[in-house]
Design a protein around this ligand. Structure first.
Ligand code: NAG
Ligand code: NAG
Ligand code: NAG
Ligand code: NAG
Length: 956
């Protein structure tokens, strides 16, 4: 009995519990230190990041739908054949900066979608024939900085789409050994810089013409360069920088047409004789447009012949220690449009520049100019002028003459301390002006009336201490204004009034105080999208009289993080963000904020990104977040949080990334995760947990590979119980927790069982008869129910069913039966005659009773003691109950005193209520007895027995 009950009792319960446990909507997973969802990105590819994590092998469980893998900067030494199995969607694979010396056969065979493979900075020495098997769609192959000295003959033949191969920084000695690479039909770009190539012979490379467009040969000690056939007809760019270190270079390009399409040539650090340099230049004297002659000892002597290349338009002469250019022949470079003289020692522009009439871009950064020479005025075609990091101190009204075409002016990194109002007046086409890292303390009206087309103004890292009303009033087109890293303390009302086109205003790292945060200061900035107010002195006030940014109707991005003095308690006044109805990102880290006002975000329903890290938000109320219905990323790192329960009510249905690292979260409730259906990335690093069974769900959840990635979950540690301190949370034996659960469950169920058994026995003991009675009532009910419809309307088979004890059979057969059947003509059912053999006795009885209109119980001492009889009474009395009519006729064969009936209290109450006939009394005059019986049998619906229902209920 115990086991059966156990089975039917526990099975459904188990199923229920299992269902409760298993059906939850958000499940989690972790790749340990690795990451699949990039918090820096919103949506997109499935990118697997695991760079710089001390990996010794490729992580075993890569997501099958991964499109990008970055496992650079680790200690992986072998790529095993199964490492990238089945990753058929992988597009880019970055395994640079590892210790790979061996790639097993077929390691890349499944990567049919791979287009970029980066194996740079490893320890490869040989590229075997099978190395790249499978990579038929590769376009970019990076093998830089290995120790490759051998490339086997057919190793590169798998590629059908490879366009770019970078083999720089290896140990390849000759181009012959690179023939497999040159044979790639689709190759456009080849880098073989920093190898050991000393002979570059076209016949060693190919006898057919190649498609190559870009060839980087830099830093090879080439001493023989011989091109005897037109194998590079498509070559456009060649890098020969720092080649030919050996003085005895043999340069033989047999036909000047061989490089007829080369437009770009880099010859930095080519220190060969002037004659040889000229020979090299001659070989490219067909369509060369861009030439770099940097870090060349005798650059000046080469300028002359270079300027004879009629197609040259961009000439880079960096880092050549040039002090002056007189006599170099530069004046002949009138075809040059872009002249780059960075990193020289120029301090003046000589007459030679006068003839560079076509110059549109002049780059003079990192020279010794202390002023901008007047010669500049002649360069009226100039569009870009660059004097960065010189010694320029002042700008005069005539400095820029009439450079009306100038678009970009780079002046950062000088010593300019003043700008007069007339300085930029003629620069009517100026779009970008970079004046950062100077000593400017006042704008002196320089932008009061223009330049009207200026779009970008950079004034960072100067000494501005205040901004005046007219400072920017002429900059109608200004789109970005960078004023970061100044000493701005005061901003006048209306300073930005004219800047209706301004999109980005950067005031980071100044000394702005709350006094400058009034709506009027920002008036006019109706199109501002981004406002940087980080690292100032704001947010010291408890409240603002008016919402400070109420004019910034379009603002999407606002940062106020890290106000100093840093550690002071500060507040976010409740109206701080009011009217910012378009705000999407709000950055308010490291402010010492203790709590947030419920109304703070009331207007900011568009916020998707909210950063509150580094504050002191021990407790947060869910109400704060209710307006933030679109919140996508929430940063709450290091905020002294002890619980995340506030999230349950916060309604953050779109939250994708939750960063709650470095808090005091000892546990996390499942309901929190359930309340964040959009959660895909959870960062709880730097918390320590209570390692008991309350975290069992979490451990399971993390390990289930589905929706939410839990960053570095394998690193989470326990802080209690004491014996588990510093144990890893995920190492906790959830199984044991489970069995504890099950044990508890079995304990509870056995306990319940014992109780049940006890209770049952008690009931059985004391209420045995009632139970058996109820059981038969139930049977009768069932029977009746079955019969319903089938025989209800049909007549009865018998007029009476006689229920009697075997001891009384003689009376029944000799007295009762002859009278009733013979004389009175009733059809009588006796179980001895009429029961169907083989049918269960109870069924026979029930059939008998129900097949008869009445039931006659022949009651004697024996009858009362017999079980069967009482069952018959029960079924009959149920009919009495059910059909509300008197079907029971009690015939007492003996005089039974009521007290003797008391053990058979059912009978007693029946006797009390029902009509009953007594045989002993009738002996004197049996006619009356039979007549009464005849009447009783003949009675149909007994209206006089209305109360029988309640009688039976009493019986029960
Ligand atoms: C590979 O990853 C490293 C580390 O993230 C990165 O610096 C490098 O640029 C990547 N290389 C490519 C080709 O993406
Ligand atoms: C090109 O032809 C020459 C002479 O027929 C031969 O020596 C050389 O090996 C060939 N080069 C290649 C790359 O096939
Ligand atoms: C380049 O060719 C032009 C003629 O087209 C010639 O005048 C000039 O000297 C050549 N320059 C060099 C460096 O060979
Ligand atoms: C302005 O340019 C014109 C030629 O375009 C030139 O004649 C004039 O001298 C220039 N003005 C100054 C101040 O250099």
């Amino acid at each position: 009995m115990h086991t059966t009950v156990h089975r039917w009792f526990t099975a459904p319960l188990c199923i229920t519990l299992y269902t409760v446990i298993c059906i939850s909507h958000v499940t989690g997973f972790t790749y340990g230190d690795c990451m699949v969802h990039d918090p820096k990105q919103f949506r997109g590819h499935v990118k697997f990041f695991c760079n710089k994590k001390n990996l010794k092998q490729v992580p075993p469980k890569l997501p099958l739908d991964v499109t990008d893998i970055n496992i650079a900067h680790n200690n992986i030494s072998v790529i095993k054949s199964g490492d990238f199995q089945n990753l058929i969607h992988l597009g880019t694979l970055n395994i640079s900066r590892n210790l790979i010396s061996c790639v097993e056969k077929g390691a890349f065979r499944d990567l049919i979608s791979l287009t970029e493979l980066c194996l740079s900075e490893n320890r490869l020495t040989v590229i075997t024939n099978e190395f790249f098997n499978g990579l038929t769609n590769l376009k970019l192959l990076l093998l830089e900085n290995n120790s490759i000295s051998t490339i086997e003959n057919s190793s590169f033949s798998v590629f059908h789409h490879l366009e770019c191969v970078k083999l720089s920084g290896n140990k390849l000695r000759d181009v012959e050994s690179m023939q497999p690479v040159f044979r790639i039909q689709t190759l456009n770009v080849l880098h073989i810089a920093h190898n050991n190539i000393s002979i570059f012979h076209s016949t060693d490379i190919s006898n057919k013409s190649l498609r190559l467009q870009v060839l980087n040969l830099a830093h090879n000690p080439i001493n023989i360069f011989r091109i005897s056939a037109d194998i590079f007809p498509h070559l456009e760019a060649v890098d020969l920088s720092f080649c030919f270190s050996n003085g005895g270079l043999k340069w033989e390009v047999l036909n000047t047409d061989f490089f007829k399409n080369v437009k770009r040539l880099e010859m930095a650090g080519v220190n060969v004789s002037e004659v040889k340099s000229n020979a090299i230049l001659q070989a490219f004297n067909k369509s060369l447009a861009q030439l770099t002659l940097s870090a060349v000892h005798r650059a000046k002597s080469l300028i002359n012949s270079t300027c004879l290349i009629p197609t040259l338009t961009e000439f880079t002469l960096r880092d050549n220690r040039i002090r002056n250019l007189t006599g170099t022949g530069l004046e002949k470079c009138f075809q040059v449009k872009v002249l780059d003289l960075y990193y020289n020692s120029l301090s003046n522009l000589e007459n030679v520049f006068a003839s560079l009439k076509n110059l549109t871009s002049l780059q003079l950064g990192y020279n010794n100019f202390s002023y901008i020479p007047n010669m500049i005025h002649n360069l009226s075609m100039l569009e870009t002028l660059n004097f960065v990091f010189n010694q320029i101190e002042k700008l005069d009204c005539f400095t820029f003459g009439n450079l009306t075409n100038l678009k970009n002016l780079y002046l950062y990194g000088n010593k300019i301390n003043m700008v007069k109002d007339c300085v930029f007046k003629d620069l009517i086409n100026l779009k970008s002006l970079y004046l950062g890292t100077n000593h400017i303390s006042s704008l002196g009206g320089a932008f009061k009336n223009g330049p009207a087309k200026l779009e970008h103004l950079e004034l960072s890292s100067n000494s501005l201490s205040s901004l005046k009303t007219d400072d920017f009033s002429g900059l109608k087109s200004l789109s970005s204004l960078r004023l970061n890293d100044n000493k701005i303390k005061v901003i006048d009302n209306g300073t930005f009034e004219a800047l209706s086109s301004l999109r980005v205003l950067n005031l980071l790292s100044n000394k702005i105080t709350d006094e400058s945060l009034t709506p009027d200061v920002f008036s006019g900035l109706s199109n501002l999208l981004q406002l940087h107010l980080q690292k100032n002195h704001i947010l010291k006030k408890d409240s603002f009289r008016k919402a400070p940014f109420s004019h910034l109707k379009s603002l999407q991005w606002l940062s106020v993080l890290s106000q100093s003095p840093h550690k002071m308690k500060s507040f976010l006044p409740s109206n701080f963000l009011w009217n910012l109805t378009h705000l999407q990102s709000f950055w308010a880290q490291n402010l010492g904020v203790k709590s947030l006002h419920v109304d703070l975000f009331k207007d900011n329903t568009q916020i998707t990104e909210l950063a509150l890290s580094g504050n002191d938000l021990t407790a947060l109320s869910p109400d704060i977040f209710l307006p933030l219905r679109k919140l996508y990323k929430l940063y709450l790192e290091e905020t002294h949080l002890k619980t995340l329960d506030f999230l349950v009510q916060a309604n953050l249905h779109h939250l994708y990334y939750l960063q709650v690292s470095k808090n005091q979260l000892a546990s996390i409730n499942h309901s929190i995760i359930q309340s964040l259906p959009g959660l895909r990335l959870l960062d709880m690093r730097g918390n320590t947990f209570t390692c008991d069974c309350s975290m069992a769900w979490f451990i399971k959840w993390v390990e289930e590979d589905d929706l939410t990635e839990v960053l570095a979950a394998n690193k989470y540690e326990c802080n209690s119980p004491p014996n588990l301190i510093e144990t890893k949370l995920l190492k906790l034996d959830v199984q044991s927790c489970n069995s504890q659960d099950t044990a508890f469950f079995f304990y509870i169920s056995s306990f319940l069982l014992v109780l049940l058994t006890l209770f049952t026995s008690l009931i059985y003991h004391f209420l045995h008869r009632q139970i058996v009675y109820v059981y038969y009532l139930f049977l009768a009910f069932l029977y009746d129910y079955k019969r319903q419809g089938s025989s209800k309307s049909c007549g009865f088979q018998y007029d009476a069913f006689v229920s009697y004890n075997a001891h009384d059979e003689l009376w029944v057969t000799s007295e009762l039966l002859p009278k009733l059947e013979g004389e009175q003509g009733w059809r009588i059912c006796l179980h001895h005659q009429d029961f169907q053999p083989g049918k269960p006795i109870v069924d026979n009885i029930v059939d008998g009773i129900y097949g008869s209109r009445k039931t006659i119980c022949v009651i004697s001492q024996h009858y009362l003691e017999s079980e069967w009889c009482s069952r018959e009474v029960q079924v009959a009395s149920f009919r009495l109950f059910d059909e509300k009519k008197d079907v029971l006729i009690l015939v007492f064969l003996e005089d039974i005193p009521t007290y003797r009936l008391s053990p058979y209290y059912r009978m007693r109450s029946l006797v009390k209520k029902c009509t009953y006939l007594s045989w002993p009394k009738a002996r004197q005059d049996p006619r009356v007895f039979w007549e009464k019986l005849r009447v009783a049998l003949g009675a149909r619906r007994g209206s006089e027995e209305e109360n029988s229902l309640s009688d039976v209920q009493n019986v029960l």
